[in-house]
Write a protein that binds this ligand. Structure first.
Ligand code: PGA
Length: 247
């Protein structure tokens, strides 16, 4: 499985970041999972020389722009030069600050251009009985594929993160049955936009209140290829437990 730790802005000391890195290395060395850590951008530089097989670095976001006069922006070009292999894009916490699909699509283009693998977050705020949220998900996926070159489309990873399930306790997360349905739907949509055969190769992750309590049931038959883990990812015991229960 691909286990992506999204440290968000939880970490505020280099000491804490280094401790979490040690945990990530330990899990990676067990050789069962591919571990990706997404520290706050200020800490990415600490870790660039420390990567090992099965452990990669991700940015939590990148700029839509190329290099140039853009104060404060962190470009894909800069990150690729620092061995950053993945980037989370379109996280709901960025979308809540005004990021719209076209911006996520432009960031995806930048990432692909610089050979960084985009992990694009998609997900609904709420579910309505008429299924409008399914159309919303379709639109989020379509915006990304429209902007991405054909040859790179299968490289894009989608993280299905229903917003209502983020930052809660495991009992408020999605049920395994609902997740299975959603992953089937997302893969079907992807199949319509690229080709069904290529769609089978696209990695889909789940994120939203993953913990050691629900990680096994959320992964065993839902069809996901990994997890995007938020608050549990900064708790070493949780992360070790998650890596053990997930096959
Ligand atoms: P959570 O966050 O695990 O704290 O719900 C997941 C995410 O926002 O990526």
């Amino acid at each position: 499985m691909l286990l992506v730790s999204n440290w968000k802005a939880y970490i505020e000391s280099p000491k804490e970041a280094k401790e979490l890195l040690a945990v990530a290395k330990k899990i990676a060395r067990a050789g069962v999972h591919t571990i990706v850590i997404a520290p706050p951008s200020a800490y990415l530089g600490f870790f660039t020389k420390e990567q090992e097989v099965s452990l990669s670095l991700a940015a939590q976001d990148i700029s839509e722009t190329q290099s140039g006069a853009h104060t404060g922006e962190i470009t894909a070009g800069l990150l690729s030069g620092m061995d950053v292999f993945y980037t989370i894009l379109g996280h709901s916490e960025r979308r809540a600050k005004g990021e719209i699909d076209s911006m996520v699509a432009a960031k995806t283009q930048q990432a692909l251009l610089h050979k960084i693998i985009p992990i694009v977050c998609i997900g609904e705020k709420v579910r309505d009985e008429n299924g409008a949220y399914l159309q919303g998900l379709r639109a989020q996926i379509s915006a990304i594929y429209e902007a991405a070159p054909q040859k790179d489309r299968s490289k894009i990873i989608f993280a299905y993160e229903p917003i209502w399930a983020i930052g809660k306790s495991s009992c408020e997360s999605i049920t395994p049955a609902d997740l299975r349905e959603m992953i089937l739907y997302i893969r079907k949509v992807i199949g319509e936009m690229i080709t069904p055969t290529v769609a089978l190769k696209v990695k889909i992750l789940y994120g939203g209140s993953v913990s050691k309590i629900n990680a096994k049931e959320l992964t065993e038959s839902s069809g996901v290829q990994g997890l995007l883990i938020g608050h549990a990812s900064i708790d070493p015991k949780e992360m070790i437990a998650i890596s053990k229960v997930v096959e």
